[in-house]
Design a protein around this ligand. Sequence first.
Ligand code: UFG
Length: 330
Amino acid sequence: MAVLVTGGAGYIGSHMVWALLDAGEDVVVIDRLSTGFQWAVAPEARFYQGDVADAPLLARIFAENSIDAVIHFAGSIVVPDSMSDPLGYYENNTVKTRSLIASTIAAGVPHFVFSSTAAVYGTPDSLQPVLETALLRPESPYGSSKLMSEIMLRDAASAHDFRYTALRYFNVAGADPRGRTGQSSAGATHLIKVACATALGRRQEMSIYGTDYPTPDGTCIRDYIHVTDLAAAHLKALERMRAGGGSLTANCGYGRGFSVRDVLDAVKTVHGSAFAIRVEGRRAGDPASIVADATLARTELGWVPKHDDLGGIIRSALDWEAHLMRKNSY
Ligand code: UFG
Protein backbone atom coordinates (compact mmCIF):
# COMPACT_ATOMS: atom_id res chain seq x y z
CA MET A 1 0.00 0.00 0.00
CA ALA A 2 1.10 3.57 -0.63
CA VAL A 3 0.89 6.67 1.54
CA LEU A 4 -0.31 9.98 0.06
CA VAL A 5 1.60 12.97 1.46
CA THR A 6 0.00 16.37 0.83
CA GLY A 7 2.44 19.28 0.92
CA GLY A 8 5.27 16.82 0.31
CA ALA A 9 7.37 19.53 -1.38
CA GLY A 10 7.27 21.69 1.75
CA TYR A 11 9.43 21.80 4.83
CA ILE A 12 7.95 19.11 7.08
CA GLY A 13 6.32 17.20 4.22
CA SER A 14 9.63 16.70 2.39
CA HIS A 15 11.17 15.23 5.57
CA MET A 16 8.15 12.93 5.90
CA VAL A 17 8.59 11.65 2.35
CA TRP A 18 12.20 10.70 3.10
CA ALA A 19 11.20 9.09 6.42
CA LEU A 20 8.52 6.99 4.68
CA LEU A 21 10.92 5.92 1.92
CA ASP A 22 13.57 5.08 4.53
CA ALA A 23 10.94 2.88 6.21
CA GLY A 24 10.30 1.03 2.93
CA GLU A 25 6.93 2.67 2.14
CA ASP A 26 5.62 3.48 -1.32
CA VAL A 27 4.99 7.26 -1.42
CA VAL A 28 2.74 9.50 -3.51
CA VAL A 29 2.97 13.30 -3.16
CA ILE A 30 0.51 16.05 -4.03
CA ASP A 31 1.71 19.64 -3.83
CA ARG A 32 0.69 22.72 -5.80
CA LEU A 33 4.20 24.19 -5.38
CA SER A 34 2.92 27.50 -4.01
CA THR A 35 5.58 27.51 -1.29
CA GLY A 36 7.26 24.13 -1.78
CA PHE A 37 9.88 23.04 -4.32
CA GLN A 38 9.74 20.06 -6.60
CA TRP A 39 13.47 19.49 -6.05
CA ALA A 40 12.65 18.91 -2.37
CA VAL A 41 10.54 15.84 -3.23
CA ALA A 42 12.54 12.63 -3.07
CA PRO A 43 12.81 11.25 -6.63
CA GLU A 44 11.47 7.86 -5.54
CA ALA A 45 8.08 9.39 -4.67
CA ARG A 46 5.36 9.69 -7.34
CA PHE A 47 4.61 13.41 -7.72
CA TYR A 48 1.33 15.10 -8.69
CA GLN A 49 1.26 18.88 -8.95
CA GLY A 50 -2.10 20.19 -7.84
CA ASP A 51 -4.41 21.35 -5.11
CA VAL A 52 -5.79 19.14 -2.33
CA ALA A 53 -9.24 20.65 -2.95
CA ASP A 54 -9.23 19.52 -6.60
CA ALA A 55 -11.63 16.61 -6.06
CA PRO A 56 -11.33 15.12 -9.59
CA LEU A 57 -7.53 15.11 -9.27
CA LEU A 58 -7.75 13.44 -5.86
CA ALA A 59 -10.14 10.81 -7.24
CA ARG A 60 -7.60 10.11 -10.01
CA ILE A 61 -4.70 9.86 -7.55
CA PHE A 62 -6.65 7.40 -5.40
CA ALA A 63 -7.66 5.42 -8.52
CA GLU A 64 -4.11 5.25 -9.88
CA ASN A 65 -2.42 4.24 -6.61
CA SER A 66 -3.25 1.76 -3.84
CA ILE A 67 -3.33 4.28 -1.02
CA ASP A 68 -4.33 3.29 2.52
CA ALA A 69 -3.34 6.48 4.34
CA VAL A 70 -3.16 10.23 3.80
CA ILE A 71 -0.71 12.43 5.71
CA HIS A 72 -1.91 16.00 5.33
CA PHE A 73 0.73 18.75 5.63
CA ALA A 74 -0.43 21.16 2.91
CA GLY A 75 -1.47 24.43 4.49
CA SER A 76 -0.45 27.92 5.51
CA ILE A 77 1.66 28.16 8.63
CA VAL A 78 2.65 31.72 9.49
CA VAL A 79 0.84 33.03 12.58
CA PRO A 80 1.26 36.79 11.79
CA ASP A 81 0.09 36.29 8.18
CA SER A 82 -3.07 34.70 9.51
CA MET A 83 -3.77 37.84 11.54
CA SER A 84 -3.72 39.99 8.40
CA ASP A 85 -5.40 37.45 6.09
CA PRO A 86 -7.78 35.39 8.24
CA LEU A 87 -10.12 34.41 5.39
CA GLY A 88 -7.17 33.23 3.29
CA TYR A 89 -6.15 30.99 6.19
CA TYR A 90 -9.66 29.60 6.66
CA GLU A 91 -9.83 28.92 2.92
CA ASN A 92 -6.46 27.24 2.60
CA ASN A 93 -6.38 25.39 5.92
CA THR A 94 -10.02 24.66 6.73
CA VAL A 95 -12.09 24.71 3.54
CA LYS A 96 -9.51 22.77 1.52
CA THR A 97 -9.02 20.26 4.31
CA ARG A 98 -12.77 19.62 4.31
CA SER A 99 -12.56 18.82 0.60
CA LEU A 100 -9.54 16.54 1.10
CA ILE A 101 -11.27 14.64 3.94
CA ALA A 102 -14.34 14.19 1.70
CA SER A 103 -12.19 12.88 -1.18
CA THR A 104 -10.35 10.53 1.19
CA ILE A 105 -13.57 9.07 2.60
CA ALA A 106 -15.16 8.84 -0.88
CA ALA A 107 -12.18 6.75 -2.03
CA GLY A 108 -12.56 4.43 0.98
CA VAL A 109 -9.12 5.33 2.37
CA PRO A 110 -9.36 4.60 6.11
CA HIS A 111 -6.38 6.40 7.70
CA PHE A 112 -5.55 10.09 7.95
CA VAL A 113 -2.73 11.86 9.81
CA PHE A 114 -3.28 15.58 10.27
CA SER A 115 -0.73 18.35 10.90
CA SER A 116 -2.28 20.24 13.74
CA THR A 117 -0.60 22.73 15.99
CA ALA A 118 0.04 23.91 19.51
CA ALA A 119 -1.58 27.15 18.37
CA VAL A 120 -4.96 25.51 19.14
CA TYR A 121 -4.24 26.09 22.84
CA GLY A 122 -3.44 29.82 22.77
CA THR A 123 -1.74 30.82 26.02
CA PRO A 124 -2.25 28.09 28.62
CA ASP A 125 -3.31 29.08 32.15
CA SER A 126 -0.02 28.03 33.70
CA LEU A 127 3.60 27.66 32.61
CA GLN A 128 3.26 23.89 33.11
CA PRO A 129 3.50 21.67 30.02
CA VAL A 130 0.13 21.57 28.28
CA LEU A 131 -1.92 18.38 27.98
CA GLU A 132 -4.24 17.54 25.07
CA THR A 133 -7.18 18.01 27.45
CA ALA A 134 -6.30 21.68 28.11
CA LEU A 135 -8.75 24.38 27.06
CA LEU A 136 -8.64 25.13 23.33
CA ARG A 137 -8.45 28.90 22.95
CA PRO A 138 -6.53 29.72 19.77
CA GLU A 139 -5.26 33.30 19.61
CA SER A 140 -4.79 33.46 15.85
CA PRO A 141 -6.85 32.56 12.78
CA TYR A 142 -4.05 30.09 12.04
CA GLY A 143 -4.76 28.22 15.28
CA SER A 144 -8.53 28.45 14.74
CA SER A 145 -8.23 27.19 11.15
CA LYS A 146 -6.43 24.07 12.40
CA LEU A 147 -8.83 23.53 15.29
CA MET A 148 -11.78 23.61 12.88
CA SER A 149 -10.10 20.91 10.84
CA GLU A 150 -9.62 18.78 13.96
CA ILE A 151 -13.34 19.13 14.67
CA MET A 152 -14.25 18.08 11.11
CA LEU A 153 -12.01 15.03 11.44
CA ARG A 154 -13.60 14.07 14.76
CA ASP A 155 -17.11 14.29 13.33
CA ALA A 156 -16.22 12.58 10.05
CA ALA A 157 -14.60 9.72 11.98
CA SER A 158 -17.77 9.12 13.99
CA ALA A 159 -19.91 8.98 10.85
CA HIS A 160 -17.65 6.97 8.52
CA ASP A 161 -15.26 4.03 8.48
CA PHE A 162 -12.33 6.38 8.89
CA ARG A 163 -9.73 7.00 11.61
CA TYR A 164 -7.37 9.88 12.11
CA THR A 165 -4.42 10.98 14.20
CA ALA A 166 -4.12 14.73 14.76
CA LEU A 167 -0.61 15.64 15.83
CA ARG A 168 -0.34 19.01 17.51
CA TYR A 169 3.12 20.23 16.60
CA PHE A 170 5.00 22.59 18.85
CA ASN A 171 7.85 24.60 17.27
CA VAL A 172 9.35 22.51 14.51
CA ALA A 173 12.93 23.31 13.52
CA GLY A 174 16.14 21.78 12.19
CA ALA A 175 16.82 19.80 9.05
CA ASP A 176 17.45 16.25 7.88
CA PRO A 177 20.70 15.13 9.56
CA ARG A 178 21.68 13.52 6.22
CA GLY A 179 21.32 16.91 4.47
CA ARG A 180 18.66 15.75 1.99
CA THR A 181 16.11 18.48 2.78
CA GLY A 182 15.42 21.38 5.14
CA GLN A 183 13.42 24.59 5.58
CA SER A 184 13.83 26.30 2.19
CA SER A 185 11.13 28.98 1.95
CA ALA A 186 12.60 32.34 1.01
CA GLY A 187 10.29 34.37 3.24
CA ALA A 188 10.39 32.03 6.25
CA THR A 189 9.63 33.82 9.52
CA HIS A 190 10.34 31.12 12.09
CA LEU A 191 12.81 32.03 14.80
CA ILE A 192 15.54 29.40 14.30
CA LYS A 193 15.45 29.78 10.51
CA VAL A 194 15.69 33.59 10.74
CA ALA A 195 18.47 33.43 13.34
CA CYS A 196 20.52 31.00 11.23
CA ALA A 197 20.09 33.16 8.11
CA THR A 198 21.26 36.19 10.12
CA ALA A 199 24.22 34.37 11.67
CA LEU A 200 25.36 33.32 8.20
CA GLY A 201 25.10 36.87 6.85
CA ARG A 202 22.13 36.13 4.64
CA ARG A 203 20.25 38.85 6.55
CA GLN A 204 21.75 42.03 8.02
CA GLU A 205 19.92 41.79 11.32
CA MET A 206 16.93 40.25 13.03
CA SER A 207 14.40 41.28 15.65
CA ILE A 208 13.21 39.99 18.99
CA TYR A 209 9.46 40.58 19.11
CA GLY A 210 8.69 41.59 22.67
CA THR A 211 10.75 41.57 25.85
CA ASP A 212 7.90 42.38 28.25
CA TYR A 213 6.19 38.98 28.44
CA PRO A 214 5.55 37.40 31.86
CA THR A 215 8.48 34.98 31.46
CA PRO A 216 11.85 34.93 33.29
CA ASP A 217 13.72 36.96 30.65
CA GLY A 218 10.65 38.70 29.18
CA THR A 219 10.79 36.90 25.80
CA CYS A 220 8.40 34.18 24.62
CA ILE A 221 9.01 30.55 25.51
CA ARG A 222 8.52 27.70 23.03
CA ASP A 223 9.14 23.95 22.82
CA TYR A 224 11.45 23.43 19.81
CA ILE A 225 11.25 19.95 18.27
CA HIS A 226 13.53 18.48 15.61
CA VAL A 227 11.71 17.86 12.33
CA THR A 228 13.19 14.34 12.11
CA ASP A 229 11.61 13.37 15.45
CA LEU A 230 8.34 14.85 14.25
CA ALA A 231 8.39 12.75 11.07
CA ALA A 232 9.08 9.69 13.25
CA ALA A 233 5.92 10.42 15.28
CA HIS A 234 3.89 10.31 12.04
CA LEU A 235 5.34 6.89 11.18
CA LYS A 236 4.30 5.67 14.61
CA ALA A 237 0.80 7.09 14.10
CA LEU A 238 0.51 5.26 10.80
CA GLU A 239 1.74 2.00 12.30
CA ARG A 240 -0.76 2.30 15.17
CA MET A 241 -3.77 2.96 12.94
CA ARG A 242 -2.81 0.15 10.56
CA ALA A 243 -2.72 -2.16 13.58
CA GLY A 244 -6.32 -1.15 14.37
CA GLY A 245 -5.72 1.77 16.75
CA GLY A 246 -8.55 4.30 17.02
CA SER A 247 -8.50 8.03 16.38
CA LEU A 248 -6.12 10.02 18.54
CA THR A 249 -5.00 13.61 19.12
CA ALA A 250 -1.50 13.96 20.54
CA ASN A 251 1.03 16.69 21.25
CA CYS A 252 4.45 16.53 19.61
CA GLY A 253 7.11 18.39 21.57
CA TYR A 254 9.84 17.61 24.08
CA GLY A 255 8.26 19.08 27.21
CA ARG A 256 10.86 21.78 27.83
CA GLY A 257 10.86 25.41 26.83
CA PHE A 258 13.48 27.85 25.59
CA SER A 259 13.01 31.61 25.45
CA VAL A 260 13.74 33.63 22.32
CA ARG A 261 16.90 34.87 24.04
CA ASP A 262 17.95 31.28 24.92
CA VAL A 263 17.59 30.33 21.25
CA LEU A 264 19.56 33.33 19.99
CA ASP A 265 22.35 32.66 22.52
CA ALA A 266 22.46 29.03 21.37
CA VAL A 267 22.67 30.06 17.70
CA LYS A 268 25.60 32.36 18.56
CA THR A 269 27.33 29.56 20.45
CA VAL A 270 26.84 26.93 17.76
CA HIS A 271 27.77 29.28 14.94
CA GLY A 272 30.66 30.79 16.89
CA SER A 273 30.04 34.50 16.36
CA ALA A 274 27.56 37.24 17.22
CA PHE A 275 25.06 38.84 14.85
CA ALA A 276 22.87 41.97 14.92
CA ILE A 277 19.68 41.72 16.97
CA ARG A 278 17.13 44.52 17.50
CA VAL A 279 14.45 44.60 20.15
CA GLU A 280 10.99 45.43 18.84
CA GLY A 281 7.46 45.42 20.23
CA ARG A 282 5.28 42.34 20.51
CA ARG A 283 4.14 40.53 17.37
CA ALA A 284 0.36 40.04 17.11
CA GLY A 285 -0.95 36.57 17.96
CA ASP A 286 2.05 35.33 19.99
CA PRO A 287 1.24 33.44 23.20
CA ALA A 288 3.74 34.17 25.98
CA SER A 289 4.76 30.59 26.68
CA ILE A 290 3.80 27.16 25.45
CA VAL A 291 5.46 23.82 26.16
CA ALA A 292 4.13 20.32 25.37
CA ASP A 293 3.22 17.51 27.68
CA ALA A 294 3.88 14.76 25.13
CA THR A 295 3.27 11.80 27.43
CA LEU A 296 0.46 10.57 25.18
CA ALA A 297 2.68 10.46 22.08
CA ARG A 298 5.19 8.39 24.04
CA THR A 299 2.67 6.00 25.62
CA GLU A 300 0.05 5.66 22.86
CA LEU A 301 2.28 5.98 19.80
CA GLY A 302 5.45 4.54 21.34
CA TRP A 303 7.28 7.65 20.11
CA VAL A 304 10.87 7.90 21.36
CA PRO A 305 12.51 11.20 20.33
CA LYS A 306 16.16 10.93 19.34
CA HIS A 307 17.13 14.56 18.65
CA ASP A 308 16.10 16.42 21.82
CA ASP A 309 19.05 18.80 21.81
CA LEU A 310 18.70 22.51 20.97
CA GLY A 311 22.35 22.76 19.85
CA GLY A 312 21.88 19.81 17.47
CA ILE A 313 18.66 21.28 16.05
CA ILE A 314 20.47 24.56 15.40
CA ARG A 315 23.53 22.81 13.92
CA SER A 316 21.35 21.00 11.36
CA ALA A 317 19.45 24.23 10.55
CA LEU A 318 22.73 26.14 10.06
CA ASP A 319 24.10 23.38 7.82
CA TRP A 320 20.97 23.50 5.66
CA GLU A 321 21.03 27.30 5.47
CA ALA A 322 24.67 27.18 4.36
CA HIS A 323 23.74 24.57 1.74
CA LEU A 324 20.97 26.85 0.39
CA MET A 325 23.39 29.76 0.20
CA ARG A 326 25.97 27.65 -1.66
CA LYS A 327 23.41 26.61 -4.21
CA ASN A 328 22.04 30.17 -4.28
CA SER A 329 18.51 28.85 -4.04
CA TYR A 330 16.74 31.84 -2.59
N1 UFG B 1 10.44 35.54 17.00
C1 UFG B 1 11.30 36.63 17.13
N2 UFG B 1 11.95 37.05 16.01
C2 UFG B 1 11.81 36.46 14.79
C3 UFG B 1 10.94 35.35 14.67
C4 UFG B 1 10.27 34.92 15.79
O1 UFG B 1 11.44 37.18 18.21
O2 UFG B 1 12.44 36.92 13.83
C5 UFG B 1 9.74 35.04 18.19
C6 UFG B 1 8.23 35.09 18.04
O3 UFG B 1 7.73 36.36 18.39
C7 UFG B 1 7.81 33.98 18.99
C8 UFG B 1 8.95 32.96 18.89
O4 UFG B 1 10.06 33.68 18.37
O5 UFG B 1 7.77 34.46 20.29
C9 UFG B 1 8.64 31.80 17.99
O6 UFG B 1 8.13 32.32 16.77
P1 UFG B 1 8.02 31.45 15.44
O7 UFG B 1 7.56 32.37 14.36
O8 UFG B 1 9.29 30.71 15.22
O9 UFG B 1 6.94 30.35 15.75
P2 UFG B 1 5.47 30.49 16.39
O10 UFG B 1 5.59 30.18 17.85
O11 UFG B 1 4.82 31.77 16.02
O12 UFG B 1 4.64 29.39 15.61
C10 UFG B 1 5.09 28.10 15.55
C11 UFG B 1 4.42 27.35 14.42
C12 UFG B 1 3.01 27.04 14.77
C13 UFG B 1 2.89 26.44 16.14
C14 UFG B 1 3.54 27.31 17.15
C15 UFG B 1 3.41 26.63 18.49
O13 UFG B 1 4.48 28.06 13.21
O14 UFG B 1 2.53 26.09 13.86
O15 UFG B 1 4.87 27.47 16.78
O16 UFG B 1 4.05 27.30 19.50
F1 UFG B 1 1.60 26.34 16.48
